[in-house]
Design a protein around this ligand. Structure first.
Ligand code: PLP
Length: 406
């Protein structure tokens, strides 16, 4: 059985119990201690770069994710920038990532003066494909000994540039095959920085995303599963590296009661206390948000199954609308639910109808390798990324207030 586009829209209105009016893609929910903590912030006058909420927020995020250390940043993009610098990404090196990601991933690579290489994604995870990664590394790189460090490194045979990092991304909260990716990168002496900006609360084989690579990055932008207004976080297993990160986010100032000495090129990347206060209140509600989003995803999944279902065993069947459910071995936060339409025409028809009725849906980002800034970058074949980019639609996915405990 085939459903009509209008039936899907009716279902969304029913799901959000909103017979009319605008339904956003993802709206933040503030139902906890937000006002209380913000008031405490203002009463104490510690609204800026010093304060207890910053320390508490770092400790709580580390505890939730299982990272040894967490370091806050002003946003996810500069957290990515710093993560790459701390991983040793230098000018005129190359960093592997996926073309199907938000622009910030590629821009952070550019901030370091490095060049992105775009490798294809998988159909079921929407994240970097371990098979495509291995294939590209096998055919396009050689290993050599770095003369200054005496360590092995991989070099792009055609450009002569060192591959200095790999940045897989957990797309819309669905974890990619991160253990395989780390294993391959280890073989090729490439540090992994996980762009876990969208996957706070997502687990791969029981372990939180962002804790597999050398460094993981979270975002707390207004559209993410929890928000600090704007904000980001670096996750570390290596505590020394975390200390270095903290130092760089605070202008590389050498701690002293009155002197101003800076021992490196530092950054003003530290999150203000007022944002951390909001973040702490949001983090307390994360388990409730996750439950609510799981229920919404379940409802979508059931709805799309009922009229034809989907199967990722036959990845390129072109007649059904398929709901993208969490990949095997993972627990997704279902940050943004998505479906794959049969073709680009179907996608565009649905986007027109839906947005015309005030139900916010959107296509996936334009693949980064097609943007003017990045169109000269090296890519693998991008069969899956192109397929997905033509068909994917994000559906309204806000947590429902009614699902949460009082
Ligand atoms: C949101 C996002 C970022 C950047 O986070 P900001 O906090 O908005 O700077 C980076 N990568 C991905 C994949 C994102 O979705």
């Amino acid at each position: 059985m085939k459903t009509t586009h209008q039936e899907i829209l009716n279902f969304i209105r029913q799901l959000y119990n909103q017979p009319e009016g605008f339904i956003p893609l993802h709206a933040p929910v503030f139902k906890g201690n937000e006002k209380k903590y913000l008031e405490l912030c203002i009463e104490s006058t510690f609204v800026s770069s010093v304060g207890q909420f910053v320390d508490d927020f770092e400790l709580q995020v580390a505890a939730f994710t299982g990272a040894k250390k967490a370091v806050v940043c002003v946003n996810g993009t500069n957290a990515l920038h710093l993560a790459l610098l701390l991983s040793g990404v230098e000018r005129e090196t190359e960093v592997i990532t996926q073309p199907l990601t938000f622009i910030a991933t590629a821009n952070a690579i550019s901030y370091c003066g490095a060049h992105p290489v775009f490798i294809d994604v998988e159909m079921d995870t929407l994240g970097l494909s371990p098979a495509a990664l291995r294939n590209w590394l096998e055919t396009s790189t050689d290993q050599q000994i770095n003369k200054s460090t005496n360590q092995l490194e991989s070099v792009n045979k055609s450009t002569g540039r060192i591959i200095s990092a790999c940045v897989p991304m957990h797309t819309f909260g669905h974890p990619c095959r991160i253990d395989k990716i780390v294993e391959i990168c280890d073989e090729y002496h490439i540090p992994v920085v996980e762009d876990a900006a969208e996957s706070m609360g997502s687990f791969y084989k029981g372990r939180h995303t962002g804790t597999f690579g050398k460094i993981g990055v979270l975002s707390f932008n207004g559209n993410k599963i929890i928000t600090t207004g704007g904000g980001g976080m670096l996750l570390f297993d290596d505590e020394e590296l975390a200390v270095k990160a903290k130092h760089l986010t605070t202008q590389a100032k050498v701690p002293h009661a009155w002197e101003f000495v800076h021992d490196d090129i530092g950054y003003n990347y530290r999150m203000p206390n007022i944002n951390a206060a909001l973040g702490l209140a949001q983090l307390e509600q994360l388990p409730a948000f996750l439950d609510s989003k799981r229920m919404i995803a379940h409802s979508y999944n059931q709805f799309f199954k009922d009229f034809g279902g989907f199967s990722f065993e036959n990845t390129h069947i072109d007649s059904l609308i398929r709901f993208v459910s969490e990949p095997i071995n993972t627990k997704s936060n279902y940050w943004l639910n998505c479906i794959l339409m049969p073709d680009r025409l179907g996608r565009d028809e649905f986007l027109l109808l839906s947005n015309g009725q005030g139900i916010r849906t959107r296509p996936v980002w334009e693949l980064i390798n097609y943007l003017p800034t990045y169109k000269y970058c090296e890519t693998s074949d991008l069969l899956n990324a192109n397929y997905i980019a033509e068909r994917l639609i994000n559906l309204p996915s806000s947590s429902k207030k009614s699902d949460e405990p009082k």
